[in-house]
Write a protein that binds this ligand. Structure first.
Ligand SMILES: NC(=O)C[C@H](N)C(=O)O
Length: 659
C-alpha cells in the first residue's frame, strides 16, 4: 500500500509491477532453448547476411512470432486508487467510509474484473490483475496502487492532485494508460486540474468512481471501472477524461450534476467523447491532442491564491472587497447569464477595478451551466472595460484550476497569463472564433455510391481516409494531407491494422511528414496490431533523424527487455551497426541480455564480427557481463582464439581501467 506522501522507492515499485510474461511466449530464437549455445551460434551463423529486406523485417517478424497466441495483444494500465464511494463500506457509526479491505482482494473475487485463468497462465507477477477478454480489444493487464489514507474526495485538494500527477509521470513509460479511482464529489476539480498539470499528454488518463460501493451488489462501480480500463488500454485518447455511466467526457468539461443518479456527470458545453453501449463509439475527431513536439511533463506547482466568487443580487461591496484582498491573485467571478453583472452597482465595479489594477486576474464565467460569457449585454460589457477577462464557457472547476496553473508559471508576464486564460489550451473552452465549415469527403463519396446509414459511412471512412493518407505520405505530399484534412479526414485515424499515418511516414523515412504529424497531434504511442509503434517502425527502417525527433516528443519502445536483447544480439551477430545505433538512439541499453543470456558483445564475439565489437566498444558497453556459462565476452573470445578481437577487447579493458 502506498501513502500520499511517498509512493515508495520507484525501483521497488517497478519490481512489484513487473509485467514480464511467463516463458511460454516464444520467438524463433527463444525456442532454440535457453542453455544450448551451440544451437544459438549456428542460428546466428545461418542468418542471411546480405539481404537487406530480410534484415529490415527480422525485428518485425520476431515481434509477430512473440505475439502469436490468440490473446497476443496486451496493454498495461496503472490504476491509482485514491478513495471515494467506489471502495467504501459502512463504518461503526453506519456512515460510508473507505473500507479497510484492500480493493485488490475485492477485485480478485469478481470474475468480471479478474480473469483468474489468464493470470495463472501468463503472468508470473502475483500483483498483476487481468481483465477478462473483450472481443476486438487488447487484453488489459492492470495494477492497483492503493493510496493511504484512502479519502472521501471532499478531503482532497491540490496536494493530492500533485501526488497523482507526479505518480503518472513516474510510471508514464511503463504503462499504456492510467485510471484514477476517485470520489465523485470533487472529481471534476481533480480531472480539470490534472488536465492542465499533465503537459503534452500522449496517453489516456481516465478518472472514474461510483455512486454505490463496489462492495455492494448494485454497484455502478464495476462497470465504470471496466469501461475505464478498456478505454485506457485500447484507445488513442491522450486526454484527462472522466468515464461514468457509459459516457466518456473530457475531464475539464465535467460537472457533477446528480447526487443520486448513476448518471452523475455531465458535459454541458461539449459533446461526450465516447458512448459505450453495444459498441464503443469514440468520437475521434473531438479528441483533444497536444500539437507540440515536446515530451510529456508535469507542472507540479499550483498557485493557491485563487478563488470563486458567485455574484448574487444583494452582495455587498465589503464582501467583494474582502474576497479580493491580498494574497488573492486570481478570481473566477460567477456572473449571471451570458456574463452579466449589475451595472448599476458602481460600488462593486469600483472594487473589481481596484483589484484588477492591483494585478488580480479576474475571469468572468457564467453561473449557467450551458453556454458561456459574451459581450452581448451592456451589463456584461462593463466588466471588460475594467480589465475583467472573458472565461467563455469554462466550468467553474476548469476555470479555477486553470487559473491556479497559469498563475504558477512565473516565467510569464501578466498579459501572457491573461491571454492563456482566454485561449483554449486543453479543450476546456470554446470561443465564437471556432468555425466548423469543413467539407466531408467521405459523405460525398458515400452519396455517389448510394450508401446510407452512419455505420456504412464510418466503414467507408475507415477504408478511404487511411488509404488516401498512405498514398500522400509515400508521395511526400504534405499539401495533399492538408487538403484531406480540409475535407474532414482525421489525421489521427488508424486503418484496420491500427496503423496511423505516422507508422507509414516513419517506415518510408519522410521526416517532414513525421514533423507535420507531430505538430498536428498524431500519437507517437499507438501500437499497431503487430505491436509495432511509429518509433519501432523508424528503428526497423534505420531512420535516425526520425528516431531523434520521435524521442524528443516522448516516444519510447515498450517491448519486453528480452525481445530487445534478442534483436540486439541478432544485429550484433550480423554486423548491423546502423541497427545497433537505431536501438541506442531509441533509448535501448546496448548491454541488454537476450533470451539465452548473451549481450550484444557476446553475440558479436561468437560470430567473429569485429565491426560489431568495435562499435559496441566505442559505446562503452560493459565488458564484465557474463553469459550463462559464467564467461565474459573476452573469455569467449579466448576460447574461440579470436586474436584480433581479443586484442581489441583487452585494449578497451585497459582504457576503462585507466579512466
Ligand atoms: N460518490 C462518491 O464518491 C461521493 C464521496 N463522498 C466522495 O466523493 O468521495
Amino acid at each position: 500500500m502506498d501513502g500520499w506522501d511517498d509512493l515508495g522507492d520507484p525501483s521497488s515499485l517497478e519490481d512489484k509491477f513487473d509485467f514480464s510474461n511467463g516463458s511460454d511466449n516464444s520467438i524463433e530464437i527463444v525456442s532454440i532453448g535457453n542453455d544450448n549455445f551451440d544451437h544459438r551460434f549456428k542460428y546466428l551463423q545461418q542468418v542471411d547476411q546480405d539481404e537487406r529486406p530480410l534484415h529490415q523485417d527480422s525485428d518485425r517478424r520476431a515481434s509477430l512470432t512473440l505475439n502469436s497466441s490468440e490473446d497476443r495483444l496486451e496493454s498495461k494500465v496503472l490504476v491509482l486508487y485514491t478513495g471515494g464511494t467506489i471502495g467504501m463500506e459502512d463504518n461503526e457509526q453506519g456512515a460510508l467510509a473507505p473500507s479497510s479491505k484492500p480493493l485488490t482482494d475485492k477485485i480478485r473475487e469478481n470474475p468480471l474484473l479478474y480473469d483468474r485463468h489468464y493470470d495463472v497462465c501468463k503472468t508470473q507477477d502475483g500483483n498483476v490483475l487481468v481483465l477478462p477478454r473483450v472481443k476486438d480489444t487488447r487484453r488489459v493487464l492492470y495494477k492497483v496502487v492503493e493510496y493511504t489514507p484512502l479519502l472521501d474526495s471532499s478531503n482532497m485538494c491540490q496536494v493530492h492532485w500533485i501526488k497523482i500527477a507526479n505518480d503518472i509521470k513516474e510510471y508514464y513509460e511503463s504503462y499504456d494508460g492510467f485510471v484514477i479511482l476517485h470520489g465523485t464529489d470533487t472529481l471534476s476539480y481533480t480531472a480539470s486540474a490534472l488536465s492542465f498539470m499533465l503537459e503534452n499528454l500522449g496517453k489516456p488518463v481516465i478518472v472514474t468512481g461510483s455512486q454505490i460501493s463496489i462492495f455492494q451488489i448494485r454497484s455502478d462501480g464495476v462497470h465504470n471501472f471496466i469501461g475505464a480500463l478498456i478505454l485506457a488500454g485500447n484507445y488513442d485518447i491522450p486526454e484527462v477524461t472522466v468515464y461514468f455511466n457509459h459516457k466518456l467526457i473530457r475531464g475539464n468539461r465535467t460537472v457533477k450534476m446528480s447526487v443520486k443518479e448513476f448518471d452523475a456527470f455531465d458535459s454541458p458545453n461539449f459533446p461526450n467523447l465516447a458512448k459505450v453501449g453495444l459498441t464503443i463509439d469514440v468520437n475521434m475527431k473531438s479528441i483533444f491532442r497536444s500539437s507540440t513536439i515536446k515530451k510529456f511533463d508535469v507542472q507540479s506547482q499550483l498557485n493557491l491564491n485563487v478563488g470563486i466568487l458567485r455574484i448574487y443580487p444583494h452582495i455587498s461591496n465589503h464582501t467583494v472587497r474582502s474576497f479580493m484582498q491580498s494574497p488573492m491573485e486570481g478570481v473566477i467571478l460567477l456572473t449571471y447569464g451570458s456574463g452579466n453583472f449589475p451595472s448599476n452597482r458602481s460600488d462593486l465595479i469600483d472594487e473589481l477595478r481596484l483589484a484588477s489594477d492591483r494585478n488580480v486576474i479576474i475571469v468572468n464565467c457564467s453561473q449557467c451551466s450551458r453556454g458561456g460569457t459574451s459581450d452581448t449585454y451592456e451589463a456584461g460589457k462593463i466588466l471588460s472595460g475594467i480589465g475583467v477577462i472573458n472565461g467563455y464557457d469554462m466550468t467553474p472547476e476548469a476555470a479555477l484550476t486553470k487559473l491556479s496553473y497559469v498563475l504558477s508559471k512565473s516565467e510569464l508576464t501578466l498579459q501572457q497569463k491573461k491571454d492563456i486564460m482566454m485561449t483554449n489550451i486543453r479543450g476546456e473552452l470554446s470561443t465564437d472564433a471556432i468555425h466548423n465549415n469543413e467539407l466531408d469527403l467521405a459523405a460525398a463519396v458515400a452519396k455517389t455510391l448510394h450508401l446510407s446509414g452512419r455505420q456504412e459511412l464510418n466503414k467507408l471512412k475507415k477504408i478511404l481516409y487511411p488509404a488516401l493518407f498512405q498514398s500522400a505520405v509515400r508521395e511526400g505530399d504534405i499539401d495533399k494531407i492538408k487538403e484531406m484534412q480540409n475535407y474532414g479526414a482525421d489525421i489521427s485515424m488508424t486503418d484496420f491494422d491500427r496503423r496511423n499515418i505516422l507508422h507509414t511516414a516513419c517506415s518510408v523515412g519522410k521526416l517532414d511528414i513525421v514533423k507535420y504529424c507531430l505538430e498536428n497531434g498524431v500519437s507517437v504511442h499507438i501500437r499497431d496490431n503487430y505491436d509495432i509503434s511509429p518509433l519501432h517502425e523508424a528503428v526497423i527502417a534505420d531512420q535516425h533523424d526520425i528516431i531523434r525527433l520521435l524521442r524528443h516528443c516522448g516516444a519510447h519502445l515498450t517491448n519486453e527487455p528480452m525481445f530487445l536483447g534478442d534483436v540486439l544480439t541478432n544485429a550484433a551477430a550480423r554486423g548491423m551497426i546502423k541497427r545497433l545505433q537505431s536501438y541506442l538512439l531509441a533509448g535501448i541499453n546496448l548491454n541488454q541480455v537476450d533470451s539465452i543470456g548473451l549481450t550484444p558483445l557476446h553475440a558479436a564475439v561468437l560470430n567473429n564480427n569485429i565491426e560489431s565489437v568495435r562499435y559496441l566498444l566505442s559505446q562503452h558497453v560493459d565488458l564484465t557481463i557474463e553469459n550463462k556459462n559464467g564467461q565474459s565476452a573476452i573469455e569467449v573470445a579466448n576460447q574461440m582464439q579470436l586474436n584480433d578481437i581479443i586484442e581489441l577487447l583487452k585494449s578497451s579493458e585497459t582504457k576503462s581501467k585507466v579512466h
